[in-house]
Ligand binder design. Structure first.
Ligand SMILES: Cc1cc2nc3c(=O)[nH]c(=O)nc-3n(C[C@H](O)[C@H](O)[C@H](O)COP(=O)(O)O)c2cc1C
Ligand code: SF4
Ligand code: SF4
Length: 239
């Protein structure tokens, strides 16, 4: 998404690591995955810390099934901070949430999601400095409150205790390097801390497919073919 939209790219995990929080430019955009119909915790933390000056601001969330009020709520948060979110959109992609979705089924849905077409529309909208924020209905608000009450547990940092490392692990260290919160230490075994975002980056990207969730739908994994493992490491590594 970010590579296609273009401009100078910054990674939120790296900006947090470097405590780089001041942004001033004509156009500033935020691109992130949607978790639990809202923002991932590190994106929230980042937005709480930044100082922003721009004439046109946009945000795009990627999601797998339902984005709910995420983008609308973000526009309200911007107003509370004295900023204006000019344009927000959400783009339907592969749902990588392993406890609910089976990755080979998800991959079969890619064609029907018309990702490239939607992405092109988003790029054109940003170029033309479109002003629009997705609206939400009362039903979406109610559904979101329900989802948040059910999903708050999987998204708490201690969910890492649910990971199982099998005998295929060769201690290559990839899981530790792709973790955006520096939550994984490689010692005589793989040790998870308690700041897990449940992004499942370590699970999807382990070259040995050695990391498993107790409640995963299958052992098939996914990485977007438009981004290399090395790029993910550069964006995420806290080491
Ligand atoms: C912890 C977690 C929660 C998610 N919650 C939602 C959700 O509420 N709605 C949705 O449509 N997709 C949800 N997804 C799917 C992601 O938003 C989607 O796969 C996104 O494209 C992932 O982007 P990434 O590969 O950059 O992480 C969730 C994924 C994870 C890992
Ligand atoms: S990425 Fe997989 S194989 Fe490599 S250290 Fe982590 S769990 Fe082990
Ligand atoms: S990479 Fe693994 S340990 Fe790190 S935040 Fe994501 S799911 Fe949690």
């Amino acid at each position: 998404m970010a590579k296609t939209i273009g401009g100078k790219l910054y990674s939120i995990p790296q900006l947090l690591k470097d405590k780089q929080f001041n942004f001033e430019d004509d156009i500033v955009g935020f691109i992130f995955p949607i978790y639990s119909l809202g923002l991932p915790k590190i994106v929230q933390k980042f937005l709480e810390n930044i100082k922003l000056k721009s004439t046109y601001t946009f945000a795009v969330g990627t999601y797998g099934n339902m984005h709910g009020p995420c983008m609308y709520n973000l526009s309200k948060d911007f107003i509370k901070k004295g900023w204006r979110l000019n344009y927000a959109d959400a783009i339907l992609m592969v749902d990588n949430y392993l406890p609910i979705f089976e990755m080979s089924n998800q991959l079969n849905t890619v064609e029907n999601k018309h990702i490239d077409k939607h992405l092109k529309e988003i790029v054109d909208n940003i170029k033309n400095k479109k002003n629009s924020i997705p609206a939400i209905t009362i039903m979406e608000r109610i559904f979101t409150a329900l989802v948040h009450s059910l999903l708050s547990k999987p998204l708490d940092g201690k969910s890492a205790q649910k990971y199982i490392i099998n005998e295929n692990c060769n201690k290559c260290g990839t899981c530790s390097k792709v973790c955006p919160t520096g939550n994984i230490e490689i010692e005589d075994k793989i040790i998870f801390g308690n700041v897990c975002e449940s992004c499942y980056g370590c699970v999807h990207l382990c070259p040995q497919n050695a990391i498993h969730l107790r409640n995963e739908k299958s052992n098939i994994r996914f990485r977007n073919e438009n981004i290399t493992l090395q790029e993910i490491i550069q964006s995420n590594s806290q080491r």
